[in-house]
Design a protein. Structure first.
Length: 211
């Protein structure tokens, strides 16, 4: 079956953070200091609900000093400004879109980080974020929303990312072709431009089996 769309993970795949400020984790730590017991799904709540820092503090019932919140906001703004695109990500997206293949991103992330993706990759055909969908990878719900965003069916879509579970095994179970990106060379694909070339090669030779 032809490949009509490619889905990329975001962090660790298309974009990179040089030094994270972990503002949501710091809010949870303040909660611990106030006697709040951490819950198993705290992290998933942050990723699956559209909350900024203040909304997250309110959601968890954590009181954050206004001056501290200003510092957290400032650190987050600095972090977002410093997020960079991988050069092979820019190249891969360009190669695929120039060839007529739709490109989307599917990412587990907190709401403020979406702005960095759209700043660095403004021409994608679809953006699917866990905080908008209300589900995190490897939930089929987020894969389904991403495939729908590019008007494709799972069998026509390839996905790649740096998490074997979320970007390879999960998409494959959903009916797409999932691939694990390992920039250290421990997987079939160690760069995104190489992956894009494989996609285009498969499109030209549909009988070829890539693994």
């Amino acid at each position: 079956m032809p490949i009509s769309a490619v889905i990329f993970d975001a962090f660790g795949t298309l974009i990179k953070i040089s030094k994270g400020s972990n503002p949501y984790r710091k809010i949870l730590k303040i909660g611990i200091e106030q006697g709040r017991r951490p819950q198993p799904h705290d992290g998933e709540c942050i990723l699956s609900l559209p909350m900024d820092l203040r909304q997250a503090a309110d959601f968890f019932g954590i009181s954050v000093d206004p001056a501290v919140m200003v510092c957290l906001d400032s650190d987050l703004s600095r972090e977002l400004a410093e997020i960079q695109a991988y050069a092979d990500g820019i190249q891969a997206v360009r190669l695929l879109q120039d060839a007529g293949v739709k490109v989307a991103v599917c990412s587990n992330l907190a709401k403020p980080y979406a702005a960095a993706i759209e700043r660095l990759y403004p021409t994608l055909d679809g953006y699917s974020y866990s905080f908008e969908v209300g589900a995190v990878k490897p939930s089929f719900k987020i894969y389904s929303q991403t495939v729908h965003a590019v008007s494709a069916v799972p069998a026509e879509v390839w996905m790649i990312g740096d998490s074997k579970v979320s970007d390879c095994d999960g998409p494959t179970a959903f009916g797409m072709r999932g691939f694990w990106l390992d920039r250290l060379g421990r997987s079939t694909h160690s760069s995104l431009d190489q992956f894009a070339e494989d996609v285009l090669g498969f499109c030209e030779q549909p009988s070829k089996n890539w693994s």
